[in-house]
Design a protein around this ligand. Sequence first.
Ligand code: HEC
Length: 185
Amino acid sequence: MPANPLAKTDRSAMALFLAATAFFFVGGLMTTVVPALTEDAWSKPVAGLRPLTEQEQRGRDIYKREGCWYCHTQQVRTLEADVKRFGWRGVDAPISTPGEYVNDSPHLLGTRRIGPDLSRVGGKYDRSWHLTHFRNPRDLVPGSIMPPFPWLTDRDGGKEFEDLLAYIQTLGRATDWRPQKDYEK
Ligand code: HEC
């Protein structure tokens, strides 16, 4: 019987603490650093991906500036609900893959869905739909809680709207999944 049983308990508590800390760091490395080094899908663009044009890049900056990403995600998750909801005319939306994001810096994946996901919205609506929608979403979608963005559509002859539209219409195009190609612009 040890002279002071408490000391041994203290020692094993310390061992437990050290082991837990070590496992935590190993877990962290294995899920964040190692995949980025070994999985080349993370750095390889999907076949249809092209760099944004200057205009589309300006549109992306507006998307960031206006905080569209507070309410909209850009990721179709591996859930039935996502694939169906963001699909089009009965065709399921493809699940997002890392190769779609390799040009995105910073990425705009988003974390909240106050509005629908936008990663497959390119080509879903035409120019005039977006023009009306950005001026006042409620003209098209009664009860919509998306705010109006009239300064984009009406300032400088709507130049910022054109830039934002060009960007919006690229979303999801790299995967080329729509069976019909109407509403291109
Ligand atoms: C306060 C939250 C909020 C913000 C900020 C917001 N939206 Fe929305 N958005 C919504 C909601 C809710 C809907 C669904 C109702 C509707 O279509 O108006 C929506 C719908 C949309 C749609 C149609 C999606 C579809 O598949 O039908 C597009 C495109 C869109 N938003 C783009 C944008 C862009 C671009 C911005 C930034 C300039 C933006 N939104 C800012 C909430 C928001």
